[in-house]
Design a protein around this ligand. Structure first.
Ligand SMILES: [Zn+2]
Length: 427
């Protein structure tokens, strides 16, 4: 084990020591040239699960693998409970990723078990901690593979997706691990979902809100859905930058800028109404081979990513996008060519779980704070499969999917406190 972190003299000191040691040993053993790399359905992922199993058995917990090849942990006596709460997340990471994205949610569940095992004053509801494989889309393309397989929701096209390194299909990679692929292909859940009372996931926040508000943890209200376009083309007419007067131009760059400003104005109006929306054009460009400083380009390509917690707002934006495009086409004599829309539905967290977690947050001595999640998580898959689901976020510097993600252990413990308070059986 690597050196432990300094131990503050407070009640959570032992939790911090145990969690810090577990995070450190896994970071060290899954390190890449920068950050960590734990590819989905890889040998490194299998090894990470084995490290968690070793830890759990050392603590005296039950540990087993489910049919999806994921590791499960509970206190002795809780494995066969008729109904139980699951605290879970994913062990895989993006290439050169951070150590906490995913892993924090599993360690949080394990710390709840550690606390419960030594808690002489209170009991917790039956709890299964679930360490899942394959959440990140970086390796095969599809995301939430582990939780989709468990809930019987992996599609044929997802199973046919090729690994970006070796080109073999996801189906083959999953079969290698011993997952019963006939059941997965048949859309059969690999676990009995009816036994799961609730699915809870602690995750690092991937945006800057909690840092800005100086709050260590928050309850998540829901996961934003999105409408995305990989490549919208705007086609105009090429010309000499010095020779073509404004009235004769069909400039696709200004047309795209015009469109984005219009969408930005609507975004502001939507926020003023109190609705939720974020909007991004992350890829924008003319072809540098064909275009030059002194040439009006004839074409520009851009991506568009619009996310909201409200399906109605997304629908409103879809309509608005096409109306504004028609207007810009008329005003600027250009043409928009829109590629296939990618859609993912917003997933609201279960309202009674959100209320329960808010109350737990208060009991843990924290002012309740609820916020939406910008990124997608396994919780949305469980929610879509009919399992009441909710999430807790931990403050985290520098976003995620990079080695600089920085979660402070006292913040992590504050978020674990919320889960633990929630799991306690009222005395
Ligand atoms: Zn994650």
């Amino acid at each position: 084990m690597t050196a432990l972190r300094p131990m503050p003299q407070d009640a959570g000191a032992e939790d911090i020591r145990i969690a810090g040691a577990l995070f450190d040993v896994i970071a060290t053993r899954t390190a890449d040239v920068e950050g960590v790399s734990r590819p989905a359905f890889s040998e490194v992922e299998t090894r990470t699960l084995a490290m968690l199993v070793d830890f759990a058995r050392d603590q005296g917990f039950d540990a087993w693998y489910d049919a999806g090849g994921n590791a499960n942990f509970c206190l002795p006596g809780h494995r066969d409970a008729d109904r139980f709460t699951v605290v879970g997340s994913h062990v895989d990471s993006v290439p050169f990723g951070g150590n906490f994205d995913g892993l924090a949610g599993i360690v949080a569940g394990l710390i709840c078990l550690v606390r419960a095992a030594s808690d002489e004053t209170s009991r917790i509801k039956p709890l299964h901690v679930l360490a899942m494989r394959g959440e990140e889309s970086a390796w095969f393309g599809p995301c939430y593979i582990g939780s989709k397989a468990l809930t019987g929701k992996l599609s044929a096209s997802e199973l046919a997706a090729r690994h970006k390194g070796d080109g073999r299909s996801l189906d083959e990679h999953m079969a290698d691990i011993g997952i019963p692929m006939n059941e997965v292909r048949g859309g059969k859940p690999l676990i009995d979902l009816s036994r799961i009372e609730a699915y809870l996931e602690l995750h690092i926040e991937q945006g800057p809100l909690l840092i800005g508000k100086n709050i260590p943890a928050a309850v998540v209200s829901g996961i934003r859905g999105n409408i995305r376009h990989r490549a919208i083309h705007c086609v105009g007419e090429a010309g000499h930058s010095g020779a073509v007067p404004r009235a004769f131009r069909r400039d696709p760059v200004l047309a795209m800028a015009d469109l984005l400003v219009r969408l930005d104005e609507s975004w502001s109006t939507i926020l003023q109404k109190g609705d939720d929306l974020v909007l991004t054009s992350g890829v924008v460009g003319t072809d540098p081979e064909r275009h030059a400083m002194s040439r009006i380009p004839d074409e520009i390509m851009f991506s568009l990513d619009m996310r909201s917690q409200s399906a109605a707002t997304l629908e409103e934006m879809r309509t608005l996008l096409s109306e504004e495009m028609r207007q810009v086409e008329r005003d600027r004599k250009v043409r928009f060519e829109v590629d296939e829309e990618l859609y993912s539905q917003p997933a609201l967290c279960d309202p009674s779980l959100v209320a329960g977690l808010e109350a737990a947050m208060e009991r843990a001595g924290q002012a309740p704070f609820v916020m939406p999640s910008g990124g997608g998580h396994d919780a949305a898959v469980f929610g879509a499969a009919g399992v009441p689901s909710a999430m807790v976020f931990v403050r985290n510097q520098n976003g995620s999917h990079n080695p600089k993600e920085a979660m402070e252990l006292p913040d992590f413990i504050a978020a674990v406190d919320i889960l633990y308070e929630f799991l306690k059986v009222p005395s």
